[in-house]
Design a protein around this ligand. Structure first.
Ligand code: ATP
Length: 253
């Protein structure tokens, strides 16, 4: 991985880019994953590369849903495995969720390499190698395990594509997504859309998970029942508008 000077003003963003590029070289991330990362980066720029208050609100509701779930599952793809393998394992530990590899551009080698990557970061068991159910979808994200995503009541699908998100919602699941684009089909279809950078979102969620585990069940239920995804997306778009106004004013025209 190319060394990035820590004092570079765009250190975090360049580091993430290097991680995804390394993921491609290691064979865990698809070449298309680079484009997905680029799209995410551009939205992060507009958001101001920070966790907004609407994102934090969605992250807290998402953690409450994971903690209250009977069979929570975190779906891992090649970008997630390249960018935050340690964090996704930590979040699974804190919330008691299973991990399942699920890929759009699936090859058995990539599934194997991602499982090894997660295990090297502390995961005990990772599902996804032996899918035994096929969802009604026209691509390989249809392949899931019956004791994982198929039977999950709450699924966290970071960096998801819109049609599987819609399918999982249709199946009656609480679907949590992490996507910097508040306008994507995924963000609009999910039950809880976290409009934040994957790395920042997972760091926040791990911290909230540790704190919220000590809270009463009623408090967690309240966080979920008072959460409104349309309102959260509206807030996310408004926060981008506000940030752009500030940036425009800084030009000083
Ligand atoms: P949809 O079908 O939901 O409209 P899409 O075609 O816009 O999805 P994909 O290419 O399937 O998008 O997935 C990439 C999505 O993930 C993009 O919306 C992008 O903003 C988001 N994304 C990419 N990298 C990150 C990241 N590091 N953190 C958060 N979101 C990211």
């Amino acid at each position: 991985m190319t060394e990035i000077p820590k004092n570079h003003p765009r250190y975090e963003s360049l580091l993430a880019r290097e991680k995804v590029a390394s993921g491609v070289k290691m064979g865990i991330t698809s070449i298309q994953g680079l484009v997905a990362q680029g799209r995410g980066e551009s939205f992060d720029y507009l958001i101001g590369e920070r966790s907004t208050s609407s994102a934090v609100h969605a992250e807290r509701a998402a953690v409450a849903a994971l903690l209250l779930a009977k069979n929570p599952v975190i779906s891992v793809n090649g970008n997630v495995a390249a960018l935050a393998p340690d964090k996704v394992v930590d979040l699974a530990d804190v919330t008691g969720a299973k991990l399942e590899v699920n890929l759009f551009h699936r090859t058995e080698t990539r599934v194997h390499l991602i499982i090894e990557q997660l295990k090297a970061n502390g995961a005990f068991e990772v599902l996804g190698k032996n899918p035994d159910v096929s969802l009604e979808l026209p691509h390989d994200r249809r392949l899931v395990e019956s004791r994982g995503i198929y039977s999950a009541d709450v699924v966290l699908v970071p960096l998801e594509d819109g049609d599987r998100c819609e399918k999982l919602v249709e199946m009656g699941k609480t679907v949590i997504t992490i996507d910097l684009n508040p306008l994507s089909r995924t963000s609009r279809k999910a039950t809880i859309s976290i409009v934040d950078n994957l790395t920042r979102a997972l760091e926040n969620m791990i911290k909230f998970g540790v704190e919220m585990k000590k809270e009463k069940k009623e408090e967690l239920v309240k966080l979920i029942t008072t959460y409104d995804n349309k309102e959260a997306l509206f807030e996310a778009i408004s926060e981008i508008q506000e940030h752009l106004k500030i940036m425009a004013a800084e030009i000083g025209y």
